[in-house]
Ligand binder design. Structure first.
Ligand SMILES: Nc1ncnc2c1ncn2[C@@H]1O[C@H](COP(=O)(O)OP(=O)(O)OP(=O)(O)O)[C@@H](O)[C@H]1O
Length: 294
């Protein structure tokens, strides 16, 4: 068992922020943690890594209570860049981690090259841009090749090239057996990284696989909607229709080519085809519509 969180509850004074979180991860995966500002994502990650105590429930990681000292060598947690020291260089940070993690210093160059930060390795962090700090944080958490990697908003401030590089690094780690839990507001990037999303809502998690949500839907505007409906019903093909007379289909139910052939064959013209690929953003809007439109 990689992660087993049971009925985890956490409150700050009277406010319950986590109201009973359950997470079971048995095999390496990449999981995205998504939710509005203040929904409790950081609190959850802090509780899981034992940086924060919780009020009720239990957290086990790699079969041990999350307080077990040996986990220090097996998990990594990318937090925000306030943990960095302005007066130290990137190299100093990485050397410190090598010392406490008992890793050879040769790992530093290896990781710096992988992350793409060799040119400013010896510079003081004080003068780093936001993206450079994110690179350093990434280098710091992958030094020990963790079995579980938790990441709080790792994509902040990354330019597109760096975001792609980070995605590739995470996918490589995952292929090597690392489980990754990543909180992010960048839903496009999440879509590219994983199909498994935990939406954080009202102190609870809604676990969803986007496999179903990423099925392609298409909508057709045709010359004679009523006639088309009759033909589709006769053929027993599943479809929906809306007020504007559009007919909706799921690619998995009926391939588009089949519908086109059938309608044309019956003298119905297709005026417009609209493809819709649902994804993390669409689902987010459905779940948090009020907040998303503010
Ligand atoms: N130390 C604290 N004391 C009191 N309340 C806190 C503390 N830390 C967080 N909170 C509150 O707990 C709630 C959850 O905060 P948290 O930082 O976990 O959310 P988040 O989902 O990570 O937000 P964001 O997306 O903005 O990073 C918020 O209402 C926040 O104000």
């Amino acid at each position: 068992m990689i992660v087993q969180v049971k009925s985890l509850k956490k409150r700050y004074k009277k406010d319950w922020v986590l109201k009973g979180i359950d997470i079971t991860i048995e095999e390496p995966q990449i999981i995205a943690l998504v939710g509005p500002n203040g929904s409790g994502k950081t609190t959850l990650l802090n509780c899981m890594t034992n940086l924060l105590s919780f009020n009720e429930g239990s957290v086990e990681i790699l079969g041990k209570a999350n307080t077990a000292p040996s986990l220090f060598y097996e998990i990594s947690y990318l937090q925000d860049n306030r943990i960095l020291y302005g007066n130290l260089t990137a190299y100093d940070h990485l050397k410190f981690i090598c010392r406490v993690q008992k890793l050879p210093f040769s790992r530093i160059q290896e990781v710096a090259e992988r992350v793409g930060m060799t040119s400013y390795l010896k510079r003081r962090v004080r003068n780093f841009s936001l993206g450079m700090k994110q690179h350093l944080l990434l280098a710091m958490v992958i030094l020990n090749k963790p079995k579980l990697l938790l990441m709080d908003e790792p994509l902040n401030g990354l330019d597109p090239t760096s975001a792609i590089n980070m995605r590739n690094i995470l996918l490589e780690l995952y292929k090597e057996g690392t489980t990754i839990i990543i909180s992010s507001h960048n839903l496009d990037e999440i879509d590219r990284l994983t199909n498994t999303i935990y939406f954080m809502k009202d102190g609870a998690l809604l676990k969803e696989s986007l496999k179903e949500l990423t099925v392609i839907h298409y909508e057709l505007t045709v010359s004679d909607t009523e006639k088309a409906k009759g033909i589709l019903e006769e053929e027993g093909l599943p479809f929906t229709s809306n007020d504007q007379g559009q007919l909706g289909f799921k690619e998995t139910d009926v391939p588009l080519q089949t519908i086109i052939g059938l309608l044309y064959g019956n003298g119905i013209e297709i005026n417009h085809i609209d493809n819709q690929k649902a994804g993390a953003e669409k689902r987010y809007r459905e779940l948090f519509e009020e907040r998303a439109t503010v």
